[in-house]
Design a protein around this ligand. Structure first.
Ligand code: NAI
Length: 362
């Protein structure tokens, strides 16, 4: 019997390719994992006429407690709601953890980025509470806001609600401080737009300050307005250590930070709750390059290294991270996204060639 059983959700688009590459690398590195492959996304919905997130897939994660998933396409504007958001909600994966670090040779704008994004994963504008333009419910809500004197909403509006709670803010900020303490980090920065959204971001900021006071003398604390954060990240990312943000700002800042170190192709992540953990890259399903063997699997492979840390297999995780660094430092086998980030005119290698090189470097 294998030492660990992990649910593998390959996803769609480039997810199929990055997940296969990830599995080859993790197996070659010697991790004793039994993979339980579980479907999700548009294809399974079309095939079964059921949900894009089948109950059997959720059951598999519940049973194994740990999963790794490739990206899943979400139709824009119409169609089913995001499978990713549904999975995070169903399993209460309230933390989205995204370490951002420079890999020499990957084309980052800086050589010394080493920060961690802790994004709230369960509320804010991602709560999925929305009212369609011209619906009876939207009309009632508009009327309610008028009656309350809360402000006029144009009658031809669609509306998305932004809830931010004390309990949701407390647990994410506490996670950020505990994480900082556990990993020997020095400072947590809380991000908000409380000057404009006083009752949602203002509440988040109040709670961040309150929780920070419990760690005073052990972990430093500062706060940034989200627009200033973006500028400061671009000018000098070295000033940040652990950054905790509400859901939407966390999503945007994650991509910005990925851009600082070479792009989405190398940005790993994890969705963590008190019972379950689902590891996944920051990037999406990249329909523009899907099925062409052009994608960079590094982000999912580094997400797998985070998963191996979580499973107590640090030695194997470190070996994978060291092999990644070796391949990038060598520079012979780099995918097209990295050639672009490094402004090289050399052609990118295939996902398979990159993965083969990585396995040789283990
Ligand atoms: P995306 O991350 O899929 O792609 C953005 C750009 O980065 C594209 O040019 C793409 O080719 C490139 N890129 C991304 N990952 C790459 C990789 N590993 N190697 C090389 N190039 C890479 O973002 P986009 O286009 O906004 O979203 C596409 C779909 O993915 C949408 O349906 C979206 O909802 C979904 N998505 C899913 C996520 C998930 O499952 N966790 C996360 C983000 C988006």
């Amino acid at each position: 019997m294998s030492k660990h059983r992990v649910t593998l959700i390959p996803g769609d688009g480039i997810g199929v390719e990055t997940s296969e590459a990830m599995r080859r690398v993790v197996d070659a590195a010697g991790a004793d994992i039994q993979w339980e492959v579980a479907p999700a996304g548009a294809a399974v919905m079309e095939a079964t006429g059921g949900s894009p997130l089948p109950e059997s897939t959720i059951d598999s994660v519940r049973c194994n407690k740990v999963a790794i998933k490739g990206p899943i396409t979400t139709p824009v504007g119409t169609g089913f709601r995001s499978v990713n958001v549904a999975l995070r909600k169903t399993l209460d994966l309230y933390v989205c953890l995204r370490p951002v670090f420079s890999i020499p040779g990957a084309g980052g704008r800086y050589e010394d980025v080493d920060l961690v994004i802790v994004r709230e994963n369960s509320e804010d504008l991602y709560a999925g509470i929305e009212f369609e333009k011209d619906s009876a419910a939207a009309a009632r809500l508009i009327e309610f806001c008028n009656q309350e004197g809360a402000g006029a909403i144009r009658p031809d509006s669609g509306i998305s609600i932004k809830p931010i709670s004390v309990s949701g803010s407390d647990r994410i900020v506490r996670y950020a401080f505990d994480y900082a303490e556990r990993l020997g980090r020095k400072k947590v920065t809380a991000v908000h737009k409380a000057n404009i959204m006083k009752y949602s971001d203002g509440l988040f900021l109040d709670r961040a300050r309150a929780i920070a006071s419990e760690y005073s003398g052990r972990i430093g604390f500062d706060e940034r307005i989200v627009d200033a954060l973006c500028m400061n990240l671009v000018i000098d990312p070295g000033q940040f250590d652990v950054i905790v943000l509400p859901n939407l700002y966390g999503d945007i800042a994650s991509d910005l930070c990925a851009g600082l170190v070479g792009g989405l192709g190398i940005a790993p992540g994890a969705n963590i709750g008190s019972e379950y953990a689902v590891f996944e890259a920051v990037h999406g399903s990249a329909p523009d390059i899907a099925g062409k063997n052009l994608c960079n699997p590094t982000a999912e492979i580094l997400s797998a290294a985070m998963m191996l840390d979580h499973l107590g297999e640090q030695e194997i995780a470190n070996r994978i991270r060291a092999a990644v660094r070796k391949v990038y430092a060598d520079g012979t086998y780099l995918t097209g996204d990295i050639r672009w980030a490094t402004r090289s005119d050399k052609a990118g290698c295939s996902c398979t060639e990159f993965t083969d090189a990585l396995i040789r470097a283990l």
